[in-house]
Every structure is written in structure tokens, then in C-alpha cells.
Design a protein around this ligand. Sequence first.
Ligand SMILES: [Zn+2]
Ligand SMILES: [Zn+2]
Length: 97
Amino acid sequence: MSTTLPAPLDDPTYTPQHPPVDGQVPAVVAKWGPRSQIRWFRRFGRELAPRRDWSQYHVHSEHHLGTCCDSCFDEYLDGTGVQLDGWCCCRDQRIAP
Ligand SMILES: [Zn+2]
Ligand SMILES: [Zn+2]
């Protein structure tokens, strides 16, 4: 009897039950937790219609809505910026205003 069965979400054959509808994010995704939303965008992001406003969803980070800031990643590649301090990007909501 095996005790090494993978958790369902670790199973590479696991398929979320809510694919995009007409290139749009199905409404149920907004009700999920941040990590589930990120997982959904990893799985289906390429199948969405272009120039969609994703500002109400956790697309890249559990720490802020919307997509991550590209220029912060560029700064990180240059060896500077907030990502070196452990933040996701300058949109990270944990950064005190
Ligand atoms: Zn970010
Ligand atoms: Zn930024």
C-alpha cells in the first residue's frame, strides 16, 4: 500500500474545472483565494483575450491585485529595486505607504 500519493493539486494531470469563457475570466475565479487565482492564471492566462483588465484578480501575486510591475523586475535584473528587499514588486500591499 503506497503512502506517497500526491496531493490533488500536485498532480500534473489535475485540471481546474473553470476554463476561460470567450477569452474572459469566469466569475467564479474572483471568489477564490489569491493562491488559487494565481494558479488559474498560470494555467489559463495564455488563453485569455488580449488587453483584458485583470485589476480585480490576483494574476501574479498573492500580495496585490492585477499583474506585477515589469519595471521592478527589470530593476531586479539590474541588481536593484524592491524585489531585493523581499517584496513582490512596488505594488506589494505589504509595503507601508
Ligand atoms: Zn507584484
Ligand atoms: Zn514597480
